[in-house]
Structure formats: C-alpha cells, structure tokens
Design a protein around this ligand. Structure first.
Ligand SMILES: Cc1cc2nc3c(=O)[nH]c(=O)nc-3n(C[C@H](O)[C@H](O)[C@H](O)COP(=O)(O)OP(=O)(O)OC[C@H]3O[C@@H](n4cnc5c(N)ncnc54)[C@H](O)[C@@H]3O)c2cc1C
Length: 400
C-alpha cells in the first residue's frame, strides 16, 4: 500500500467495520483510518441481543473495552449520506479517502400499517423490548426465522404469552427449506408458544395485527422479524454497482476502483458455490475483514468461505454450515423428532456425491466434521452419511 499517505475511510461501525480496523493494524497499516458509524454507541455484538440481553443476562455487548489503542478516528452518531469523487459526505462533514470500505450492514424490513411495530437489530431495540416483555404481556412475533424463534424463546422465559405468525409453510423455511424447517414447528407449541403458519400479515395496528384472512390478533407488543435488507440506499447514484447489496468480487472489491465492501451489506462472488452470496452471518463479519485488510495492504487474497451460522432456540443449539441452494437431495442423519440429529444436503457431480451443507441440532462435534468435508469437497457415500453410527468424517467414499 502507498504507505502512510493512504487515507482509509470505513462507513459502518459494526462488527465488520471494527474488525477491518483491527485487521488493518495487525497487517501493519500505519496510515489514517476513519470510521463513520451511524449509531452513537461504540461497536457491539448483535448475536447476544436476542439471547443474553433479552433474557436479562447482559446489558452491554461492546466488542472492545476501549477503541483508543487502534489509533483510528471513530465518528460515531454520524451517517454516511453520499459519495463524491474519493470523498464520503455526511450531514456534518466531508471525508476524503484513497480507499473506502462499505460496512453499513443491514436493516430490518417493516410491514404496512400505522401500529407501533418493533424490530430487533440494535442494542437499544433489545433493551427497550426487554422492558416491554413483562410477565403476561401478549407478544406477537411476525416471522418464524432465526430471530423470531430466538425472540419467542426469550419471551417465554420472561413468562410472556407468545404467538408467532409466519406467512410461509414452516419455520425457517427461507433459511433451510420447508422440509427441514417443519421439524422445528412442534418446538414452539411444546415450549408454550402458539405458531400460526401460512398466515400473511395485512397490517400492523395499534393493539394488534390484521391477518390477510381478516382475523384480528390482539397484542401488547408486536415485533416484526421478517428479514433484513442490505443498508445500501445511500449509495444510489454513486456509481457503485448494487445487486442485493454492494456487488463485490472474490477480493471484496466493488465496481469502483478503491471501494470495497464487507459484512452483511456485501454480496460477494463464491467460486466454491458458483454463485453470488450475501450470508447475513456473524462469522462473515468476523473473518472477511482479515482478507480485505490483506488486500488493502497490497495482497491478493480471495474470500471464499464455507458460510457458518448458529442459533439458540427452545433449549437447542442449531448450527448450519455450507450452502444448500445447489443441493440435489437431503439426507437425514438421526431421528429429527429427537434432540440430536442432522440434516445433510448432497450434490452429485462427476466424482460422486459431495456434502454441500449440514444443519446440526445439538451435535457441535458433527458440525466441525461437516465443515471439513464441505471445505475439501470430498466425495461421500450417502448411505454412510445417513447412518448416525458412522462418524461423519468416515462417510468419505473409499473410507471404512
Ligand atoms: C438480534 C440478532 C441476533 C443475531 N444472531 C446471530 C447468530 O446467532 N448467529 C449469527 O451467525 N449471526 C447472528 N446475527 C447476525 C450478525 O449479527 C450480523 O451478521 C453481523 O452483525 C453483521 O455485521 P456488520 O458489521 O456487517 O453489520 P451491522 O452489525 O449491521 O453493522 C453495520 C453498522 O453500520 C451502521 N450504518 C448503517 N448505515 C450507515 C451509514 N449510512 N453510515 C454510517 N453507518 C451506517 C449501522 O448503524 C450499524 O451500526 C444476529 C443479528 C441480530 C440483529
């Protein structure tokens, strides 16, 4: 990199933004770094918001006790509004840059209606929601995705009356498909929540919601958890190509020279899976910045991960690794009515079947074996994958 004369500006002060600063410094970059963060809080972690924070076990999820040692300027409570020629503009100032990193994350989707709908994205959202989740409160959660399931779990622990409304045919259908998601449906009722599947919401009103079928569901607290969209509207007209987020190549570089993107807002090309992907996963925001920083420092590294996600819901630990979009078939490993099982997705190719994604429930060791098999694209025998008595690592064709 052009040594000390370089100025790097990072838009977004979440995990991906902070990790980029940390990795730049560990890569030996000594130039100027400025982080523009819309939230007034120093960078914090989001996964605990729907878990420990809602349960009342944590109030502060800050990622670093102090930011001073990074030698970066943090402009918090300031929003990037526009891009000019090598300059980022906020309502308060102009920040010239040699390189820009876009790490503005994602924002929740809102539903129609004048009623007070809450979201769960920020620490302030979580702290305010926790106050509202008093014993006996009627909570309606719209959306049975990862966040909806975790929120329902936490609200039940706070002795709320919980109803989860989902437009799709099963919980988690968008994330893992309806067949696997359906296995998680009984968990809601067993834990004491109502689950209404196949019910679209027409409108969020004061005191409740109207379903598309016309039914009224009364609620004291309404949380919309139907997904997020990349926070890239501020780049409209900037020349930076957008395609469900900032379109970046396998080096995390955008269509504009010197402009990069990382984290929830970045749609990167994966040679491994042969498609563009934008996993909204903590693991991406944690690890991709090391690749980006190396490239900003003059390196030539590709980012092509096997995506990883976890969720804690209804007393279970779920872990997903890989990408099942290109899979040909699903193989169950263990009884999905039980407490520990896996769903394995296989894709067939010239060398035989290979594992492309795995969801484990209560089986962390299996998850790490699955990750290695997916990374290595090893051919596997489907009959051995399906046999929980055979360790997953021994499902490789020719092994055992
Ligand atoms: C409640 C919750 C629970 C989660 N649980 C899990 C989990 O269990 N497992 C898992 O893998 N992942 C989980 N995630 C996802 C994970 O937290 C995200 O993938 C991760 O936070 C992405 O980091 P990021 O830095 O890319 O984006 P963000 O964390 O969204 O940070 C982006 C920052 O940029 C700021 N910003 C936005 N626009 C601008 C602008 N114009 N100018 C300046 N700043 C701007 C935002 O305010 C925000 O502070 C969870 C997310 C949430 C919300």
């Amino acid at each position: 990199m052009g040594a000390a004369a370089e100025r790097i500006v990072i838009a977004g002060g979440g995990l991906a933004g902070l990790r980029t600063v940390e990795e730049l410094r560990s890569a030996g970059y000594r130039g100027q770094v400025t982080v523009i963060g819309a939230e007034a809080r120093p960078p914090y972690d989001r996964p605990p918001l729907s878990k420990q924070v809602l349960r009342g076990e944590a109030d502060d999820t800050s990622l670093r006790p102090e930011l001073g040692s990074l030698g970066a300027q943090f402009r918090l409570g300031e929003r990037a509004e526009r891009l000019g020629d090598h300059v980022l503009l906020t309502g308060r100032g102009e920040y010239p840059f040699d390189r820009l990193v876009i790490a503005t994350g994602a924002r929740p989707v809102a539903l129609p209606g004048p009623g007070p709908q809450r979201f769960l994205r920020t620490l302030d959202d979580a702290l305010a929601l926790r106050e509202a989740l008093v014993p006996g409160a009627r909570l309606v959660v719209i959306g049975a995705g990862w966040i909806g399931a975790e929120l329902a779990t936490a609200a039940l622990a706070r002795r709320c009356r919980v109803c989860v409304v989902e437009a799709g045919p099963a919980p988690l259908a968008g994330a893992v498909g309806a067949e696997v998601g359906a296995v998680t449906a009984p968990w809601y009722e067993r834990a004491g929540a109502r689950l209404r599947l196949g019910e679209a919401v027409a409108s969020v009103e004061d005191g409740g919601i109207v379903l598309a079928c016309g039914e009224w569901l009364a609620a004291d607290v309404i949380v919309t958890a139907v997904g997020v969209r990349p926070e890239v509207g501020w780049l409209d007209g900037s020349g930076v190509a957008l395609e469900d987020g900032v379109r970046v190549d396998d080096h995390l570089a955008s269509s504009v020279e010197g402009v990069y993107a990382v984290g929830d807002c970045a749609a990167f090309w994966s040679a491994r899976f042969g498609r563009r992907m934008r996993p909204e996963h903590w693991d991406v925001a944690l690890r991709a910045p090391a690749v980006l920083a190396a490239n900003l420092a003059g390196g030539d590294q590709r980012y092509d991960p096997v995506p990883y996600f976890w969720s804690e819901q209804f007393g279970r630990m779920l872990q997903y690794v890989g990408d099942h979009k290109g899979a040909d078939r699903l193989v169950w490993r263990g009884d999905p009515r039980g407490e520990a099982w896996s769903a394995c997705w296989l894709a067939s190719g010239e060398a035989g079947d290979r594992l492309v994604a795995v969801l484990t429930v209560g089986l962390p060791r299996e998850l790490s074996q699955a990750r290695r098999l997916i990374e290595a694209a090893s051919p596997v025998r489907a009959d051995r994958v399906a046999d929980p008595a055979v360790p997953l690592r021994d499902a490789v064709s020719g092994g055992g």
